[in-house]
Design a protein. Structure first.
Length: 394
């Protein structure tokens, strides 16, 4: 019996020590951070009081930096006002209206607590709107049954049979899959950026082919909204989906997600049942309202691009300097990572960086925030250079 009481060590799978640093059989986790006590800006402190510069940024859920004062003030005021009650808060409509102004192709919004819920809600809306069942997806859309494939245990075969994967950035196969599904296809849901940027041809093919067969196109912008731009990849690349899913940085770390889109599609929410007791708790809504204000007033996405570009260029330099350790660079400026020559090397780099006070993910993605600046990035690159150099010589 283990000496911890959460099966799998933690309820968030990507925060497990194994996910961050590799399994303990590769070397003990002792001395590596496994649980934290606090965070501020772009830094976190572990249970032993050690400080780290962080690039996981709560798996991308924090774009302003931990504990941003404006968000903290708004959340604190919402706590003091009572958090929840028997009626929907005024903040719900205020935030929905603000999001529709900030992302003009959204005409209506429904709120939920997690990204997985919100993507499932988008798929439900698409199925109601089209009166169809089949779904094609590309990327990671959460843990719920509707989008699981492969060997995931506990998924009914009938549910699994309604979902199939689309390859990223493959125009010919996307067109063929959508046309083959034809009038049985309810929804195509994609992450518009998976490790690399999408081609405009791929996005435009998805847009035209879903329209052709009468299916609903959903962009899962949980990682990309409020990061590539307030309106995410749809804003950056100029291709408009029918529905969009927002999450993660929407409330700068407070639990909130949303599905939004065309008014006629969103009206389907009144013809099915999408509801959660805490979808309208006011703390996360207030945090999101404040986050959106800061995003606009401080031009946060411009900062993420500038600092992220500095990081990305330096990662490419590391690739050239240490090709025996670093085999490539993935992602875009705002969310990037290194490819390593082997799994063992990726684990070694993550562990050695942690030992030097840097939490740098060995897989997709590392995220910069408003709290990161070029000096922080330069220190990080210096540590990575030192670690990769030592590993390359060993």
């Amino acid at each position: 019996m283990s000496d911890w009481h959460v099966p799998g060590f933690t309820s968030t799978g990507s925060k497990r020590p194994d996910a961050l640093f590799g399994p303990p059989e590769d070397g003990p986790h002792s001395g590596l951070p496994d649980r934290m006590t606090r965070s501020a800006g772009c830094r976190v402190w572990d249970a032993n009081g050690r400080e780290y510069v962080d690039y996981a940024m709560a798996l991308g859920a924090v774009a302003l930096g931990y504990g941003h004062p404006a968000v903290t003030r708004a959340a604190t005021a919402a706590v003091e006002a009572g958090v929840v009650g028997p009626l929907p808060p005024v903040l719900e409509e205020e935030l929905a209206a603000a999001l529709c102004r900030a992302i003009p192709w959204i005409e209506g919004v429904r709120f939920l607590k997690t990204g997985a819920e919100a993507v499932a809600a988008a798929v439900r809306l698409g199925r109601v709107h089209t009166a169809r069942e089949r779904v094609l997806g590309c990327g990671y859309h959460g843990w719920l049954d509707w989008c699981q494939g492969g060997a995931t245990a506990g998924i009914p075969a009938a549910t699994r049979g309604l979902y199939a994967e689309l390859p990223f950035n493959d125009v010919a196969r996307a067109r063929a899959a959508i046309r083959e599904a034809g009038d049985a296809l309810a929804v195509v849901v994609i992450e518009p950026l998976v490790v690399e940027e999408p081609t405009r041809e791929w996005l435009e093919t998805l847009r035209s082919e879903t329209a052709r067969v009468g299916a609903v196109l959903v962009f899962d912008e949980i990682k990309t909204a409020f990061r590539l731009a307030i309106g995410g990849a749809a804003e950056r690349y100029g291709v408009r989906p029918d529905l969009v899913v927002l999450g993660k940085a929407l409330a700068n770390g407070f639990p909130l997600a949303a599905v939004g889109g065309r008014a006629d599609l969103m009206a389907a929410a009144t013809r099915t049942w999408i509801s959660s007791t805490l979808a309208t708790e006011a703390v996360a809504l207030a945090a999101a309202r404040a986050t959106l204000d800061v995003m606009k007033s401080e031009r946060v996405c411009d900062h993420l691009h500038e600092v992220g570009t500095h990081l990305l260029h330096n990662l490419h330099n590391l690739h050239h300097l240490h090709p025996q350790v670093v085999s490539g660079v993935g992602g875009v400026a705002e969310m990037c990572f290194l490819h390593f020559a082997s799994e063992a090397l990726s684990r070694a780099v993550a562990r050695e960086c942690a030992g030097r006070g840097i939490l740098f993910k060995r897989t997709a993605y590392n995220f910069v925030s408003l709290a990161h600046d070029e000096a922080v990035v330069d220190r990080t690159i210096s540590v990575l250079d030192e670690v990769c150099g030592a590993l390359g010589r060993s």
